[in-house]
Design a protein around this ligand. Structure first.
Ligand code: SF4
Length: 312
C-alpha cells in the first residue's frame, strides 16, 4: 500500500517537473531555491543558495520572471534588486518570524537614541526595515560588512545570536536587537552534548544563528554556504550539523561518501517548508502571488542591499 502511494507520488512529481519545464520556457523564468527548501524544490531549481548567493543571482539574471522559493523577505530582496522583473513566490504565507521581530518604528526609536551609530541589518528583515538601514548583511558576509564600517557604534538587528558572534569576531561596539530565529535558537547545549557523545568521531558544524553556548561547542561556525564548503573540503567523514535540515540535500549531493547527523529533530523551519513543487508550478501558471514593494521603500532599501553587494 505504502509502495503504491510512493509510486503515485513519484509519478505526480514527474508530471509536475515536465509542466514546470514547459512553463519556465514560456515565461522565461528562473527558479531560485534556498537551501532550506524541500528536496523536491531544490531538485528543480536553476540555482540553489543561501540568502547572499540568491540575492546576487536575482540582481544578475536575464530572466523576465524570478520564482523565489524561500520566505517572503527573500522575494522582497529579489524584487528590490530587480525591480523590472516579475517576482513570484510559491506561497505568500511563507514568512520569517525573525524578520517580524523588528519594525521600522522600533528601529527609528533606537536610531534616535544613538544618532551617531550606523545600522547594520541582517537580510532576514522586511523591506521597510531595510529602508531604515545603512547596510545589509547576510551570515556569509556579516563579519566583513561590520569590519567595513567606520563608526564608533553599530546598531545591529534583528538576530541577537548572530549579532553576538559578529561582535566577538570583530570586537566592534554593537547595540544588539533582541530578535532570534525560532528554528536555530531551538538547538540547546544539551542536544549538542548528547550528539557529541553519540558520534564521538564527528565534527560539529554550526550556523551562527544558534545560541552562543551552542556555537562555542563547534569545530566550525559559518553560514550555510560556509558549512557546505567546510564539509566538502574536510578530511573528516562524519558531521553533526547545527543548521536547518534542508541543507542535507546539498550536503549529500556534495559529499555522498560522508555521513551527516542533524543535531536536533527540531532544526526544521516550518515557514520554509510551506512551499512545495505543486505550488511552484501553480505560481507560474497563474503568475500569482507576485511580490510588490512600494517604490519609495524599494529605492531606500536598495541602497542598503547594494552597499552590501559592494563589500569585498
Ligand atoms: S530558518 Fe529561521 S531565519 Fe530562516 S526563515 Fe526560518 S525562521 Fe526565518
Amino acid at each position: 500500500m505504502e509502495a503504491l502511494a510512493l509510486e503515485r507520488r513519484a509519478e505526480q512529481n514527474r508530471e509536475l517537473r515536465e509542466r514546470l519545464l514547459q512553463l519556465k520556457k514560456e515565461r522565461n523564468a528562473i527558479i531560485l531555491a534556498h537551501y532550506y527548501q524541500r528536496d523536491e524544490i531544490q531538485e528543480v531549481a536553476d540555482f540553489r543558495g543561501d540568502s547572499f548567493l540568491l540575492a546576487q543571482k536575482a540582481a544578475e539574471t536575464d530572466a523576465d520572471v524570478i520564482v523565489f522559493c524561500g520566505v517572503h523577505f527573500m522575494g522582497e530582496s529579489a524584487k528590490i534588486l530587480a525591480p523590472n522583473k516579475i517576482v513570484l513566490v510559491p506561497d505568500e504565507r511563507a514568512g520569517c518570524p525573525m524578520a517580524d521581530m523588528v519594525n521600522p518604528a522600533g528601529l527609528r526609536e533606537l536610531k534616535a537614541k544613538h544618532p551617531n551609530a550606523k545600522v547594520v541589518t541582517y537580510i532576514n528583515s522586511s523591506a521597510d526595515v531595510k529602508a531604515e538601514t545603512d547596510i545589509c548583511c547576510t551570515s556569509s558576509n556579516a563579519v566583513k560588512v561590520v569590519n567595513s564600517i567606520d563608526a564608533e557604534e553599530i546598531i545591529w538587528c534583528p538576530d541577537k545570536n548572530l549579532g553576538h558572534w559578529v561582535q566577538q569576531q570583530t570586537g566592534k561596539k554593537m547595540i544588539i536587537w533582541e530578535g532570534y530565529c525560532n528554528t536555530h535558537d531551538m538547538l540547546t547545549l544539551k542536544d549538542v552534548v548528547e550528539m557529541r557523545a553519540k558520534y564521538p568521531n564527528a565534527q560539529f558544524v554550526v550556523h551562527p544563528e544558534c545560541r552562543p553556548e551552542v556555537v562555542a561547542m563547534a569545530d566550525y561556525v559559518g553560514s550555510t554556504t560556509g558549512i557546505l564548503k567546510y564539509c566538502r573540503e574536510s578530511d573528516c567523514k562524519e558531521f553533526i550539523v547545527g543548521t536547518e535540515d534542508g541543507t542535507g540535500y546539498q550536503l549529500r549531493l556534495d559529499s555522498p561518501d560522508k555521513t551527516f547527523h542533524f543535531a536536533s529533530k527540531y532544526l526544521v523551519c516550518p515557514n520554509m517548508k510551506v512551499n512545495n513543487l505543486k505550488k511552484v508550478v501553480r505560481c507560474l501558471e497563474t503568475m500569482q502571488p507576485q511580490i510588490y514593494v512600494p517604490e519609495d521603500v524599494a529605492d531606500k532599501a536598495r541602497l542598503s542591499l547594494m552597499r552590501m553587494l559592494q563589500v569585498k
